[in-house]
Design a protein around this ligand. Structure first.
Ligand code: GDP
Ligand code: MG
Length: 324
């Protein structure tokens, strides 16, 4: 069957051997410096405040790409909201983000002794994180007085699973940083990367955050793809938004890729003469237009990536996977 011209089949860009990638849950009390730290790590362009209405889904706070690794920092509204008091919402948020993370970045304020709030988060991290690596970042070291160093570091170490004094045992790791003075941040990133599993890039290298619109578009396309493919390939579908550009106040351009595992699935997805894919595109476009309240020019392509869904957990975290 000849491929319709509108569809291009592109292999996924290879990442170098040994490339690492993964998700880092950023947790910590309000005011310990999580936002400042993210800004310092990712650059000022990061949109901390998403336009997206709050959902229960894990939110991506920022993406850090280096040649050898890609770190996706995630958190949830309840944890990062300033002035938010510890409560049910935060517990829920923490419970959701921690088990899905490869590494937990637990930020504390080193200038204060840990309090009930820190201990509460530590307990959640221990309970929900199981054996995940935890990096305890003792922030604001620029303001830590010499006479506080010993008492405060030891008190914070005690947040780790075996509070017998001394440095926290594996998989807990700790370091002193200053987000405002940019002290030890490179080292912090190195430590995080060292804990990440080998894996490919999840996002284009120039992307530093996700946007609500990207999610809306990806979800709509995936939903339509699954609706059309339910009988045939209900599982192996992922959608990646390659480009989402505001062409004018009334028109958005969106280029998206539907990723499947096998050539046979690609065939089913495209349909005879491209009919199925065109139908998916049309239905998804209507849905996106309805949600965004503007016209959308939608370009779809299909890629095959072998064993794309081998890691269901990873896919779920990205919101890509579909488990019926
Ligand atoms: P969040 O609620 O955890 O996101 O905390 P923010 O990032 O909003 O920071 C709370 C306050 O701590 C702000 O006034 C920051 O400027 C300050 N802060 C953050 N990191 C540092 C640091 O490394 N040193 C000092 N001295 N202040 C910091
Ligand atoms: Mg904040």
């Amino acid at each position: 069957m000849p491929e319709p011209e509108v569809l291009s089949l592109v292999e996924f860009e290879d990442t170098p051997p040994g490339h690492r990638s993964g998700f880092v849950a950023v947790v910590g009390k309000p005011n310990v410096g999580k936002s400042t730290l993210m800004n310092a790590l990712l650059g000022e362009k990061v949109a901390i405040v998403s336009k997206k209405p709050q959902t229960t889904r894990t939110q991506i706070r920022g993406i850090l790409t280096r040649p050898d690794a890609q770190i996706v920092f995630v958190d949830t509204p309840g944890i990062h909201k300033p002035r938010h008091r510890l409560g049910q919402a935060m517990v829920q948020a923490a419970i959701q983000s921690i088990p899905d993370a490869d590494v937990v970045l637990f930020v504390v304020d080193s200038t204060e002794a840990p309090d009930a709030g820190d201990r509460h988060i530590a307990r959640l991290v221990r309970e929900r994180g199981e054996d995940r690596p935890v990096i305890l970042a003792l922030n604001k070291m620029d303001r830590l007085r010499p006479d506080q160093v010993k008492a405060h570091t030891e008190a914070h170490w005690a947040l780790a699973p075996t509070p017998e004094g001394g440095a926290p045992p594996e998989p807990w790791d700790w370091m002193m940083i200053s987000a405002t003075q940019i002290v030890n941040l490179d080292k912090l990133v190195d430590r995080i990367v060292a804990h990440l599993p080998e894996g490919p890039r999840y996002y284009p290298p120039d992307q530093i955050t996700d946007q609500g619109e990207r999610d809306i578009a990806a979800e709509s396309i995936r939903e339509q793809a699954l609706r059309h493919l339910r009988q045939e390939v209900p599982h192996a579908v992922a959608v990646v938004i390659e480009e989402h550009e505001e062409r004018s106040a009334t028109l958005d351009y969106i280029a998206a890729t539907i990723v499947v595992e096998k050539d046979s699935q690609k065939g089913i997805l495209i349909g005879k003469g491209g009919r199925t894919l065109r139908q998916i595109g049309a239905d998804a476009r209507h849905e996106i237009e309805r949600i965004l309240g503007k016209q959308v020019y939608l370009e779809l392509q299909v890629k095959v990536r072998k064993n794309w869904r081998e890691d269901e957990r990873e896919l779920r975290r990205l919101g890509y996977a579909s488990e019926q």
